[in-house]
Structures are given as C-alpha cells and as structure tokens.
Design a protein around this ligand. Structure first.
Ligand code: COI
Length: 357
C-alpha cells in the first residue's frame, strides 16, 4: 500500500492472554490500522500500537451517527497459515453501508490490503482453539467538528483485531418482539451502521429480563413477517424446505448467510428466500414440520435456537435434530481451519504487505 507507515509496539501483550478462556469483544491485539479522509482523498495510512484516541466534543459522529462497521474473522489453517474469510465481500458491504450513510467509499484494495497488513502483524493473536478466532473490526466514522445536521467532510477508517471465544457459547432463546421494530423499507436496516444496534438495545434488554437472549424481529408494516435477530440472520429448517427471509431492504445482507445459502444449495437442499410469517412458523411447528432454527453471522457463525416465544406460544426445538446446522458449521470451520479442501476459494492466506514510500 502506498505510503503505509508501521510503528511496532515496543512489547507485545499477547503473552498475557488466556486463550483457553477468551471472552467476546474485550481483548484487543497490539496494533491498529488508521487512514483519514481529508474531504478529497484517503491519506496517511498507518499501523501503530493500540492507544486511546482523543475526541472533540463537536465530533459529528457523536451527534449525528455517521458510523459504520464490518465484522470479519481470521483463523489459522492446520499448517499455521493465517486465513481470512471472504474479505472482498466485507469490503463491498462496507462500501454499500458508506453510500447509504452518505460517507466516502474506501477503495476495496486499501480495505483488503489493510486487513492483510494488520492481521499479518498481529498474527500471533489468532487463537488456535476450536470455536475461537481473531475477530476483525473495520470501522469508519465522521471526524468533522461541527454542530449542525449535514454530512461530515472528513472521516477516519480504522481496523482493530480482537481474539475472541464463541459469541453464543450455548444454544439461544429468542423472543418474538411484539411492539418495537428494527427497520422499515427505505430506512437503514440493510446498512451495518451503529444506530441499528443502538435502537435494538432497549427491546433486547426487555427480552433479557424475560429470560431470552435476543429479539426475533418482525417486519415494520404488518408486524407479521420474520426479519432477523439483529446480531445475525435466521434460517428455519422445515421437513421439505429451508427458509430464510429474503433481504429486501430491511435485513442485513449477511456474508455467513450468503455462504450458508451456497453450501446448502451446493449440497442439493431446497432453500427459499421468501416472506415467512411467524404464524406459518408456529403452525408448521405445531404440525411437527419444523426441525431446526439457527442464526448465521460472522460473530455468531452458526447459532442454534432452542426456544422461540411468540405471544403465549412456545416453540421448543430438540437438539438431537440439529444435524443440518452442525454440518454447515463443520463445513465453514473446516475451510477456516484448513481441515477440508476449500473448493470455493473463500479462504485467503494472509500475505505480506509491501510497504512503499
Ligand atoms: C458480526 O457478526 O460481525 C456483528 O457485527 C454482529 C455483532 C453482534 C458482533
């Protein structure tokens, strides 16, 4: 990457990490990548030791929410090579979010090279234990200092890396949200923008108070059709078809969702992306046709659902039937850890990034 400067940490903190007991999202690696948008172009790419950043009280991201991010994972193949999973798709989705939030796109080659560079430098932080990974968090936010609603002229794009354990260490329970909504047509539900997650916090808190891990969102118009979970997309396995809600503007276009669809279809399964009402889910459950429900996401990978509460109804799923979700998890993990052949070319070995002055 042209003009990339690298300042190494004097001493790595990696020896202090208990890789056997990794929480999700609390431990950060030694280095971070930054590049700034000066209103015309991206300038001053740099990798430096992680440190706190100072922020101006008029920073526009704080006031008006121009803030987007991605979530990706790096793993280590059985011969020790650090691997990325479909980085180019994350670059494209980051830019789709940027366009929607009136932010500048980051050239895909800068995005992808920066991921290679930071993961290459901090590769000792990639956990070797099954179920763990290095979570990569690219983010972009407004940096103009002004109070007044307009798009910022300047931005910062960064990448940080976190060794993580499983996001959901055990099967989860979902509460069908009876009142609040996540996204409406024409809104920002498809963008990976911070406000979508903030808006979900209060309903999620109410769900947790009732003993549920997450909210299952319904559509904003009819309050009838299943959307997603907020931290992941959702799949329903019936006896004769697999259904996941179609991404028609209100649902995040998950990369694990897309990978799962390709794997399922490649293995000869019928998967329909369509409207699915919660009443259909309930009646097919009552008819004995619902076999598995699982979420897909970068952080969650494949998360089994053991219970869904809808109104006064309970959908309870029997873990002895979770063969399909287990096979998808095994296939994706097999590629990520190099234990099965990656016929689709989804994993990319981390390459040394040339630093040119
Ligand atoms: C991801 O799966 O990467 C996300 O950003 C979801 C978040 C709950 C960590």
């Amino acid at each position: 990457m042209k003009d990339l400067t690298i300042h190494h940490a004097k001493e790595s903190r990696v020896a202090n990490v208990d890789f056997q007991n990794l929480p999700f999202g609390k431990i950060i690696s030694d280095h971070m990548f930054e590049i700034d948008y000066d209103g015309k172009q991206w300038v001053n790419p740099r990798i430096s030791p992680v440190e706190k950043m100072s922020i101006h009280p008029m920073n526009m991201a704080l006031h008006y929410g121009q803030s987007i991010f991605e979530g990706m994972k790096a793993s280590r193949s059985k011969d020790g090579t650090p691997l990325l999973f479909r980085p180019e798709l994350h670059a494209k989705r980051m830019n789709a979010s940027a366009v929607r939030m009136c932010m500048p796109e980051i050239p895909e080659d800068i995005f992808v090279e920066a991921i290679h560079a930071i993961v290459g430098i901090d590769q000792e932080w990639i956990p070797k234990i099954e179920g763990s990974a290095m979570y990569i968090r690219p983010l972009m936010f407004a940096t103009d200092e002004m109070v007044g609603v307009k798009a910022s002229d300047t931005y910062k794009f960064m990448i940080i890396c976190l060794p993580v354990g499983p996001y959901y260490p055990k099967p989860i329970k979902l509460l069908v949200e009876p009142h609040y909504i996540r996204a409406a047509q024409g809104g920002v539900g498809e963008a990976k923008t911070a406000g979508n997650y903030a808006a979900a916090l209060y309903p999620s808190k109410l769900a947790r108070e009732q003993g549920y891990d997450q909210v299952l969102w319904l559509d904003a118009v009819h309050h009838k059709f299943v959307q997603e979970v907020g931290t992941m997309n959702i799949f329903f396995v019936f006896n004769n078809e697999i259904v996941t809600p179609a991404t028609s503007g209100t649902i995040l276009k998950g990369i694990t969702r897309a990978s799962t669809l390709e794997i399922l279809r490649g293995n000869g399964h019928t998967v329909n992306e369509r409207d699915l009402s919660i009443d259909e889910v309930l009646s097919r459950y009552q008819a004995g046709e619902l076999i598995e429900v699982f979420g897909t996401g970068t952080a969650a990978l494949i998360a089994n659902v053991e219970e869904i509460k809808y109104d006064n109804h309970f959908i309870r799923l029997d873990s002895s039937n979770w063969a399909l979700s287990t096979s998808i998890k095994d296939e994706i993990n097999g590629m990520r850890f190099g234990t099965i052949e990656d016929k689709r070319g989804w994993t990319v070995p981390v390459k040394e990034v040339a630093v040119t002055a």
